[in-house]
Design a protein around this ligand. Structure first.
Ligand SMILES: O=C(CO)[C@@H](O)[C@H](O)COP(=O)(O)O
Length: 182
């Protein structure tokens, strides 16, 4: 987040680089920054495994995705709540992940936007028809109730902030179990 594309500022490549030695888990890096292209190399070098970009964050989304692939990284595309599934028509064949934002990006703690369930279902059909192995991820307002709805609509990866971290470190494991049981 850059305080420009979205009204908040968070993690840059230096933080990704500092975290990288502490885990072998994949780093799924969703860039909420614009213009995005100038920072793709820095996040790749910092240790991102998947780099996910917004079509609104640069002049040529196809070129941005090509560049991410040329860096040897998994490429993701993210759709804001008002961005239609149809924008995937000519890029689905080159992505490894589609992220549906179920809130407007910028802040945690917002409510899940129900209209995104239709979009998740539509994209699930597109992915299945493609025959390719593409993650369908959903981010924003995910809790035990909305996780179930998102999974039923076709999601296979969820991002949860508030529902994971509420209650402090002693509660994290139970919180994650509750989401997985959704
Ligand atoms: O980055 C964003 C929104 O910009 C999301 O990842 C949220 O931060 C998720 O938080 P909750 O909606 O789960 O509180």
């Amino acid at each position: 987040m850059d305080g420009h594309f979205v009204p908040n500022i968070t993690i840059g490549p230096a933080i990704v680089k500092a975290l990288r030695p502490h885990t072998t888990k994949p780093f799924d890096v969703h860039l909420m920054i614009s213009p995005v292209d100038a920072y793709l190399d820095a996040f790749a070098e910092a240790g991102a495994d998947t780099i996910t970009v917004h079509p609104e964050a640069g002049p040529h989304i196809h070129r941005s995705l090509q560049h991410i692939k040329s860096l040897g990284k998994r490429a993701g595309v993210v759709l804001n709540p008002a961005t239609p599934a149809k924008m995937l028509d000519y890029i689905l064949e080159m992505v490894d992940l589609v992220l549906v934002m179920s809130v407007n990006p910028g802040f945690g703690g917002q409510s899940f936007i129900d209209s995104q369930l239709r979009k998740i279902a539509a994209i699930r059909k597109m992915i299945d028809a493609s025959g390719r192995d593409i993650d369908l991820e959903v981010d924003g307002g995910i809790d035990a109730r909305t996780a179930k709805l998102a999974i039923e609509a076709g999601a296979d990866a969820l991002v949860a902030g508030t529902a994971t971290f509420r209650g402090g470190p002693d509660a994290y494991a139970d919180n994650i179990r509750a989401l997985r049981g959704a």
